[in-house]
Design a binder for this molecule. Structure first.
Ligand SMILES: *Cc1c(COP(=O)(O)O)cnc(C)c1O
Length: 384
């Protein structure tokens, strides 16, 4: 088999027996829904991240959705987020009838820009789109919360975001779908805001063999809401329905697989740092911008992304060399058909638009060898 963009086989080889053993345990006890592995996984990951509560769920998308539902988000609410992310981040806001208010990104980290965020909040408070581009219907909505995204595995600037949020009375939900295992000023991703939401989609830093996710919080009231929303808005039992919820549970089998994978996860985060460092060293060149990680932060390296004017030439050279690549994200959300209803136009979020045209990602996983990385780097350097 040729080079993999994300090599899940190499990892599976290491822990194959543990995974099978954990699956067999589930087949034996037969509690496929909310079996004992669910609580075990929540305790393990909550402990790792350092939050009081952890609520497993059916996907990263549902983790975000459940967090918004726990805050009672709905029509008339504005939730600030970035247009340079996977669509799920904004989609859950729209699903609840609320309005995503996009805010441009920092050029170096690709995360939401705190200066722009401040302007956007002010613009909406004053109902003045000359201060910052606002979505259609801005006259009817009021600021409610912020969803920063830890893009490619690097935490956003929570010190500034949380300060602004607390001054304005907004909630902050950390979209940590790509950053489980990352750190920010001595704290773990998923614990950096009021709520953290992560994904166990197979390609994420900690992935299962299907869909899964988790919500983290220190807040007892939110925890109560999340566990209820996860099971159709249950009250004292599932046939007592006290609110509108969803079927948002994580499968016991996925929890069993994650427990096996989590045993080697901290080591894998270390390996990812080595892989990223080797790329940085090999790719030092004036026409390539390697990723920049802020001081005090540790990336989980969900993606290793480069920015270059010569993107097209590099991508075609890598394709010829049989090296898989990906582009995250070729089109910012405000220019997607699904978000036409917000009435944005090109130029509204210029950094996102510019980066979208120049960014691409290289194979990234803990088991990438120095030799493979050298051959990738050589192909790139030859192309520029
Ligand atoms: C993957 C991802 C999600 C959604 O996670 P799923 O488990 O696929 O539903 C949300 N936000 C971001 C930034 C993601 O990368």
């Amino acid at each position: 088999m040729g080079m993999q963009f994300i090599d899940l086989q190499a990892q599976q080889k290491r822990i194959h027996d543990r995974i099978l053993n954990n699956i067999q345990k589930v087949l034996k006890h037969g509690q496929y829904i909310m079996g004992p592995e669910i609580e075990e996984l929540e305790a393990a990951l909550g402990g790792y991240v350092g939050t009081k509560h952890a609520v497993s769920c059916s996907s990263g998308t549902d983790a975000l959705l459940m967090a918004l539902m726990a805050y009672g988000v709905g029509r008339g609410d504005a939730v600030f987020t970035t247009p340079f992310t996977f669509v799920a981040t904004a989609e859950v806001i729209s699903l609840l009838g609320a309005t995503p208010v996009f805010v441009d990104i920092e050029r170096d980290t690709f995360n939401i820009d705190p200066d722009a965020l401040e302007k956007a909040v002010t613009a909406l408070e004053k109902k003045d789109p000359s201060i910052y581009p606002l979505p259609k219907g801005y006259e009817e909505i009021t600021p409610k919360g912020i969803i920063p995204v830890d893009l490619f595995g690097q935490p956003a600037d929570y010190e500034r975001i949380n300060t602004l949020a607390s001054n304005k009375g907004l909630f902050v939900i950390e979209d940590a779908a790509q950053s489980f295992g990352a750190e920010y000023k001595g704290r773990k991703a998923c614990s950096l805001a009021h709520v953290g939401a992560t994904s166990f989609f197979p390609a994420k830093p900690l992935g299962c063999y299907g869909d899964g996710g988790m919500v983290f919080t220190d807040d007892d009231g939110l925890y109560e809401g999340l566990t209820s929303i996860r099971v159709h808005g249950k009250g004292s039992d599932k046939y007592d329905n006290i609110r509108i919820g969803i079927n948002g549970r994580c499968d016991t089998l996925q929890a069993a697989i994650l427990l096996a994978k989590f045993e080697i996860f901290p080591e894998e985060i270390g390996l990812r740092q080595e892989v990223a460092k080797r790329y940085n060293d090999f790719l030092a060149h004036e026409s390539i911008r390697t990723p920049s990680v802020k001081e005090g932060s540790l990336s989980a390296w969900a993606q290793y992304s480069l920015v270059s004017e010569k993107k097209d030439a590099i991508l075609s050279a890598l394709k010829k060399a049989g090296i898989p690549t990906a582009v995250y994200y070729p089109k910012p959300l405000h220019l997607q058909g699904a978000y036409r209803y917000l009435g944005h136009t090109p130029g509204d979020f210029p950094v996102s638009e510019e980066i979208a045209g120049k960014i691409f990602s290289l194979p990234m996983h803990p088991y990438l060898t120095e030799e493979e990385q050298k051959s990738i780097a050589d192909a790139i350097l030859r192309a520029v």
